[in-house]
Design a protein around this ligand. Structure first.
Ligand SMILES: [Zn+2]
Length: 472
């Protein structure tokens, strides 16, 4: 039994059903599970590990629902700086396919470190190119080393250019092998139990890089093992044109024919959808990983997040890969989600009868269109947990995993904003975590990664980044 006491937090955000925000509070956990949350004086006086959080705000650990960790190797790549999805992908497929096992390991460590330093405690990674000896095993090992709760994907691409897909033929795999390896990875690593640190997701890449057969077979395999399914969907109008031309169906309708609209599926992006498709996602129980930075970076569009929320669609946030975000700062994503939802109000007329189309953005009838700071934080915590199928993370209350982070409130960045410290973490420039605790283990301590010596990892990562870009 290993106990942890986190005490003296100036504010502690529980995200529980009553959305309680406690003053001078903390929590007590045993073996990674929260036993008590409340005022510091009501908690046990000591524990094996004691973290003093005075002057800090504590929030539930953030949940990242979409990433491509290996892309930290190609951040800010000149050939992919100024284009939208399809040419951006073409500029990088071969570089990604060159990723070696060692490059995968260090890029996973870099991405997870950056996420943990920004308050993220659970990460879903969507890897879909396994060439050059790279396997999902390298990532799972790296996640274990740094101590981040990790949902890995055995993703895939099988539709090369010669078969009408977007990726070059030498970047895709045989479907038989993909399915065989998917089963191996599930059997070896998937942990369905409460508090699991590793889970597996099957995640064919996108409508234009896998066949209908592989999507169907992946769904059947995932369901036979009760693991979740994920893919990119409705990200660009190019994708919509592609499925209309190839299958005479819009992307959502096409996925429905493949048995991919269900409550064990979540889609990255979900930008180009109409009201019927939003209702369909709600009815079928599909989730959405909203990635505002990436959507802006690639000029993809603005996902109708508030409409999803109003319709009852599960929505979480994702930083997306570092080729289309260039950062893995989860709190920054929370801020961008709030800001982008607001920009949408200014760009589009209000919903409903035409007589409302001249209403000012601040008219009370439009109040529901505004995303608040607390709503954005909910997406990143409870929302993300629901999207990836977990009820043991996302809130700070007894019985939940001891996953949380803290930020120092008494800094230049928050000076003058402490009327509302919770909203300050979203409205003010995104800060780094002072402490990040995952499964009761201190992963970030005094603003530094405590579990891995990151200096040599950064050097190794930069070396691989240059080698891969040269080879590509
Ligand atoms: Zn993505």
């Amino acid at each position: 039994m290993k106990s942890l006491l986190a005490k003296n937090a100036e504010v502690l955000v529980t995200m529980d059903d009553k959305r309680r925000e406690l003053k001078n509070a903390g929590l007590y956990a045993v073996d990674g599970v929260i036993k008590q949350v409340g005022p510091t004086e009501e908690l046990p006086q000591t524990a094996d590990v004691v973290v003093n959080l005075s002057g800090q705000i504590v929030l539930p650990g953030l949940v990242n629902t979409h990433h491509h960790l290996n892309q930290t190797l190609v951040r800010n790549l000149p050939a992919a700086q100024n284009n939208n999805l399809f040419p951006w992908l073409r500029a990088q497929y071969r570089i990604w396919a060159g990723t070696t096992p060692e490059a995968s390991r260090v890029s996973t460590l870099i991405g997870l470190a950056e996420l943990a330093l920004s308050g993220c405690t659970t990460v879903f990674d969507h890897s879909y190119i396994f060439k050059n000896g790279n396997t999902v095993d390298c990532q799972i090992e790296a996640a274990k080393e740094i101590g981040v709760r990790f949902h890995a994907s055995r993703g895939s691409m099988s539709l090369g250019e010669s078969k009408g897909g977007l990726p070059p033929d030498d970047c895709v795999e045989e479907e038989d092998f993909i399915l065989k390896d998917s089963q191996r990875v599930i059997e070896q690593y998937h942990d369905a139990s409460r508090g699991a640190m590793a889970r597996i997701v099957l995640a064919p890449c996108s409508p234009f890089s896998v066949s209908s057969d592989l999507l169907k077979e992946s769904a059947a395999l995932a369901r036979s093992f009760e693991v979740m399914l994920h893919t990119h969907l409705c990200e660009t109008s190019d994708e919509e044109r592609y499925t209309l031309e190839r299958f005479q169906l819009r992307p959502v309708d096409w996925m429905e024919t493949l048995n991919w609209l269900a409550d064990d599926v979540w889609f990255a992006h979900g930008i180009h959808v109409d009201d019927d498709e939003i209702r369909k996602f709600a009815y079928k129980g599909c989730g959405i990983a909203h990635c505002p930075c990436s959507n802006m970076r690639l000029g993809s569009g603005i996902a109708p997040v508030k409409k999803y929320m109003a319709a009852g669609v599960k929505v979480g946030l994702g930083v997306d890969g570092s080729s289309s975000n260039d950062s893995s700062h989860m709190l920054q994503e929370v801020r961008q989600a709030m800001l982008l939802a607001r920009l949408r109000i200014g760009l589009l007329p209000p919903e409903g009868p035409r007589k409302y189309s001249v209403l000012s953005q601040s008219h009370p009838l439009r109040a529901a269109e505004w995303m608040t700071a607390r709503e954005a934080l909910e997406l990143a915590t409870i929302g993300g947990a629901k999207v990836i199928g977990r009820d043991d993370i996302g809130t700070l209350e007894p019985g939940k995993c001891a996953d949380f982070f803290s930020i120092n409130l008494h800094t230049v960045d928050y000076a003058g904003a402490l009327h509302d410290p919770v909203a300050a973490t979203v409205f003010c420039a995104p800060q780094k975590a002072r402490y990040t605790v995952i499964n009761g283990r201190v992963v970030v301590e005094n603003g530094k990664v405590a579990t891995v010596n990151m200096g040599p990892v950064i050097e190794e990562h930069n070396k691989w980044s240059l080698i891969l870009a040269d080879r590509g």
